[in-house]
Design a protein around this ligand. Sequence first.
Ligand SMILES: [Zn+2]
Length: 712
Amino acid sequence: MSHDEFPTDDPAVVTCGLPYANGDLHVGHLRTYVAGDALSRGLRRIGQQTAFVCGSDMHGTPVAVNAAEDGVEPREFAQEYHETYAETFPKFNVEFDNYGHTDDATNTELTQEFVRSWVDGDHVHEKEIEVAWDTEEDQPLPDRFVEGTCPYCGEQARGDECDEGCQRHLEPGDIEDPVSTITGNPAEYRTREHKFLRLADFQDYLQGFLDRIEGTDNAKNQPREWIEGELQDLCITRDMDWGIDYPADDGEGDAEDLVLYVWVDAPIEYVASTKQYSERVGADEYDWEQVWKIGGETEHGTEWDDDWTAESGDIVHVIGRDIIQHHAVFWPAMLRGAGYNEPRSILATGFVGIDGKALSTSRNRAVWADEYLAAGFHPDLFRYYIATGAGLETDVDFSWDRFAERVNGELVGNVGNFAYRSLLFAHRNYDGTPDTDVSDDVRERIESAIAEFRSAVRAYDVRALAELATDLSNYGNEYIQRSEPWNLVDDDPERARQVIRDCVQLAKAVAVVMQPVLPGKAERLWGQLGEAGSVADVSLETALETPPVTFDEPEELFEQVEDDHVEALNDELQTRVESEPADGSETDDASADGADDDTPDLEPLETDRISFGDFEGVDMRVGEIVSAESVADADKLLKLEVDIGHEVRQVVAGLAELHDVEELPGTRVILLANMEQATIFGVESNGMVLAAGDEADLLTTHEDAPLGTRVQ
Ligand SMILES: [Zn+2]
């Protein structure tokens, strides 16, 4: 069953993963919020009624741990960060219709209602489990109060999340070799009673849900693996004071000293925040129940058949890719168990790296939100950079050098240059828009930009959306270059009038299509065109309407990023990273980012993409080393005979100092078979054995694909 195309008749809501109120915002967080903001603006522009909501995640151990370190109460600690976030987002032109927090009355009431619904639907049960315990402090160690080894992948993990490894959610008691983060002592396991949501009740439903869901491939595909086999119960309570109380009136056991797990009340804030928005503007204007609730079908989830799809509003979640499981497995089950609508789409954004390495808050290798703003750059420049850096689910690298290059080349040199020269020429020669009709070619070009805009929004393709303005400006610049209107004014005034008329129209279209990603700059260009009102309020088709007859002399839309400014910012970042101890403990994280791990120094990723066709030209085969011997006069080189099914190839490889010659025969390797032939130290080399890094870690296959099998 597929969804109606946007714009639909129902209201939509776009949400962003809630930031944990426990640390400063950095560019890694901002990527998700910029994407959500641009997308909601894009949806509105194509006529979709849309609310854009979020809130701070106040509860849970991420906040409690940091508050304890600072010696303040969690509420006070979280409130301060919440207020900072609420002030910071608008400075990046991230304009939520409502920004709440999980500790307010709306969310508390809704959360307890959800839990009561699950209890009524018989989806909650109580059982005894082993929880980690600090014997010195004599207290339980929920979630981030404990660290240890992930039982799934063996990486170092937090109590509730394998953040550095497989990204899986961990249940209390799952983690191996638990260590208390309070005292550093090995923790012991003790038996406690807790409440569980029986996810297995929703297993069939979730299968169907994952078939219906739209969004990024990672969000659609990764969860399939997680719901194979019977789903584990989700422990929904914790031994803590800080959080929303488990509603004790469930008629089963004593739950008075339990609070709800932070991942219970956090996503419910999406609903609570929409409700607050609705209450503020009135249900006639925007009805949160129309979006989130299922129109009077039945009371609770289990009675529905599992293929049933909601005829309600459209819920779009934009999150970091580290919290896919929470949104694509737990959350739909939670919603369904409470009689709520399901998400239409989940967009999981990749991480943001810094200068080719992982962003690391513990090493202070991050570009902070405040730092960007203090540098005096317009927020739209960052928005553009991050939106166009890669497709949503791909990691993006942030570097000040690249930032300057992109801003100067694409925004200053292309978009800004086009708008400025067009409007200046028009103002000086015609006092505004020349009095003639737009040419057919230009009209068609704008029409196709409008169509591309619609399809980009429908495909949730924020990068394509961001690139519309540069593409259109490119077209305009080429048009001006080709026509040379400055030479036409005297020789062929009619033609000059036509060219400039077209360019002013193109500039107007640029303002309209760039608005989702560059809202501040779009507004400015709108004003320069002498247009009334806000460009945010007009329809896409306005791009084709005639601009005002007169307008003032324009100003440059973008400012050049200067080299010495970039140099200073680079130095600052470098000094900061070097001054941090390499083994600094992690102090900051947020649910919307991740990527806070310390990885070895890696070569930066190639920014130039190759086409699939280019890749197809690379012929890599599974091979096996038949023999290996040293090459005369070359300490590092070995002459290998490699069997690749069709034939045995002789290749020369620099493996002598890194591998035991005796042990190489029989090793399965990957051979680049169509590498050009070479003669190395007098020995013919007919292919290349693939290996990773300075240690020449040989590539091989996991299973036993026959020799000669092509790698694809
Ligand atoms: Zn793991």
